[in-house]
Write a protein that binds this ligand. Structure first.
Ligand SMILES: NC(=O)c1ccc[n+]([C@@H]2O[C@H](COP(=O)([O-])OP(=O)(O)OC[C@H]3O[C@@H](n4cnc5c(N)ncnc54)[C@H](O)[C@@H]3O)[C@@H](O)[C@H]2O)c1
Ligand SMILES: [Zn+2]
Ligand SMILES: [Zn+2]
Length: 380
């Protein structure tokens, strides 16, 4: 898969990735997914997304080749690879902040490395390809446990791990009312995970009926269609006895719908990096002293965030790119004991040659698309 410019991707023949460092592995990809984060690239919203790069940070496959110093993997191993590229030994990795690794991205002081996520995240080619170079191969990837199907493992490389992390960062206490903004894969998994952490009510907000339906059946959540209520915040207040929710999880990010003015200031006037409307709704919808967990992706510049309201309400804001591998032990046991069936959210399985169509469907929220997976001929 190759990026050609906003809203344009296509399949091209590229050079085979090579071992560039003794810690590298080359993985033959069997399944890859498209993430909501890839849509920010696809829409041309991420700076320094260079024509010719390959996206894809959710993938599973088979180790084809390893560099001289790789000890934990060998050719033939079936592996799942977290979306983060990280060294495993710097100040930040030592503290479990894998998504903030200091050694993998010369370009930024905030985020670390991410496969296929523009030169602002290190400029690595991603896994929506037959082969991908995996740096620090002893650190990120893991052999797929026998208790996991390939598709369940694929969901653990980002979407499920991030949804679960979103619920964790909500600091949910027994009986809490948890509001989840966004019913994409991340929001659906956050809603489902909130129950595992003791939530008493889970309410999912979106404007796409088919996704809200999934929130009810898959995540057993109450739902609010933001297009059908005059004011989302008033509706959230009304349904919580005019206190507000205890916890809100933003699973939308910078491309939120719902406020035309903020859309214009971001996309036309370039006064900010996107629309903070979902984050602002989260800030307004929680009670005083509540907690907000931000999983939605935001670029650096935002001018219209209701930060004063957050301060004066005494809110706690938790956020980060997910340090994926940290979540795996818990996720593996939840999957093994049947509490989580992540592959249930996959709606489309598309061969690599039709990946442009998959981007089009997922971006336009067409054909009831929730999570598209790219399948490769070898795996069929
Ligand atoms: N923090 C991380 O590590 C991490 C990892 C993965 C994804 N993300 C981010 O999480 C976000 C969600 O990812 P996804 O794969 O679920 O994407 P998605 O595009 O499938 O889902 C986003 C959903 O939000 C809904 N939405 C739009 N505006 C809204 C609003 N104002 N209020 C409520 N809902 C609204 C959309 O209709 C859509 O259903 C993206 O911003 C993505 O970049 C972050
Ligand atoms: Zn992602
Ligand atoms: Zn590191």
């Amino acid at each position: 898969m190759v990026y050609r410019g906003p809203y344009r991707v296509r399949v091209e023949e590229k050079d085979m990735p090579r071992i560039e460092h003794p810690n590298d592995a080359i993985v033959r990809v069997e399944k890859a997914a498209i993430c909501g984060s890839d849509l920010h690239l696809y829409h041309g919203m991420m700076p320094d997304t260079r024509v010719g790069t390959t996206f894809g940070h959710e993938f599973v496959g088979v180790v084809e080749q390893v560099g001289g110093s790789v000890r934990n993997l060998e050719p033939g191993d079936r592996v799942m690879v977290p979306f983060n590229i990280y060294c495993g030994s710097c100040y930040f990795c030592a503290r479990g902040l894998y998504s903030n690794c200091h050694n993998v991205n010369p370009n930024a002081t905030a985020v670390g490395g991410i496969y296929g996520y523009s030169h602002t995240c290190g400029g690595y080619d991603g896994g929506q390809a037959e082969y991908v170079r995996v740096p620090f191969a002893d650190v990120g990837p893991a052999k797929i446990p026998e208790t996991l199907s390939d598709e369940d493992a694929l969901m653990c490389t980002d979407a499920l791990a991030t949804g679960y992390f979103g619920a964790q960062l909500g600091d949910i206490r027994e009986g809490d009312v948890v509001a989840v903004f966004g019913a994409g894969p991340v929001g659906l998994f956050a809603a489902k995970s909130a129950w595992l952490m003791g939530a008493g009510r889970v309410i999912v907000i979106d404007h796409l009926d088919y996704r809200l339906e999934k929130a009810r059946t898959f995540a057993h959540a109450e739902t609010v269609n933001m297009a059908e209520c005059a004011d989302v915040v008033v509706e959230m207040k009304r349904t919580t006895g005019y206190l507000g929710a205890d916890v809100a999880i933003d699973a939308v990010g910078a491309e939120a719908d719902g406020n035309f003015l903020q859309h214009v200031t971001a996309t036309k006037l370039k006064l900010q990096g996107g629309s903070p409307v979902a984050l602002n709704w989260a800030i307004d919808s929680v009670r005083k002293g509540g907690t907000i967990s931000v999983m939605g992706a935001y670029g650096p510049m935002f001018s219209a965030v209701k930060f004063g309201d957050a301060m004066n309400k005494g809110l706690t804001l938790n956020m980060n790119q997910c340090p994926v591998k940290r979540q795996w032990p818990r996720l593996f046991s939840h999957i093994a004991n049947g509490y989580l069936k992540p592959s249930e959210i996959i709606t489309h399985r598309v061969p690599l040659e039709h990946i442009a169509e998959a981007y089009h469907l997922f971006s336009g929220k067409l054909d009831h698309c929730i999570k598209p997976v790219i399948v490769f001929p070898q795996a069929a």
